[in-house]
Design a protein around this ligand. Sequence first.
Ligand SMILES: C[S@@+](CC[C@H](N)C(=O)[O-])C[C@H]1O[C@@H](n2cnc3c(N)ncnc32)[C@H](O)[C@@H]1O
Length: 202
Amino acid sequence: MTLRYSYTLFAPVYDALVAPFTAAMRRRSLAPLQEEPHDEVLLVGIGSGLDIPLLPRGPRYTGLDLTPAMLGRARRKAAASKSEIRLDVGDARHLPYGDAMFDAVVLHLILAVTPHPGQVLAEAARVSRRGGQILILDKFLRPGQTAPLRRLISPLLGLLATRTDVVFERVLAQVPGLEVASDQPALAGGWFRQIVLRKSVA
Ligand SMILES: C[S@@+](CC[C@H](N)C(=O)[O-])C[C@H]1O[C@@H](n2cnc3c(N)ncnc32)[C@H](O)[C@@H]1O
C-alpha cells in the first residue's frame, strides 16, 4: 500500500524525472517486440505509460498498475496511441489474467520496485505462453556485489519508490522454467540491465 501512496504523489512529476534518462534504454528493451510476431503483450507496472509511445503497432496491449494516479497518465498516452491498449488497476503479485495468455510480458522498472520480485516474476511466467518473452529493464546488483551505499539506502528507498539491493539472479532462481536469452548493461555501468527471458517450451 505504501508504494501506491508514494506513486500517487510522484505521478505528476514522474515523466519529467524519469523519461529523460530512460528513453533510449526503453527503446532498446522493447526492440524484441518488433523482431517476432506477437498478438497479445502485457506491460506489468505500466505506470504513467512512458513505454506506450514506443510500442510497435500490431499486437493488442494490456497494461496493469497498482496506482490509479499513474494509470490516469497512461490513459492519456493510450488515447493518443494508434495501438489497441487496455489498462487495468491491479496487483502484479496476483495478475487477473489466465495462464499462457500473452506472447510477451514487459517488466520495466517493476522487479526492483516491488518488495516481492519473485512473486511478480512467477506471475509474469504464468501468464506467458510457452516460448514467450519476458522483457526486463531494471537496476540489479550482481551476486556477491557489495555496493554498501545501495544496500544501506534500500530499506528506506524501497518503502518510497524502489529497492536498490535486488540481485536478479536470486529472483530468477525462485522461478522455474525461464531461460535467459540475453542480459546486457543498459545504463550506469551495468547497474541498469536489459534482460530477455524466454519461457521454456518443454
Ligand atoms: C518506477 S514505476 C515504473 C513505471 C513504468 N513501468 C516505467 O517504466 O516507467 C513503478 C510502477 O510500479 C507500480 N507498482 C508497484 N507495485 C506494484 C504492484 N504490486 N502491482 C502493480 N504495479 C505496481 C507503481 O504504481 C508504479 O507505477
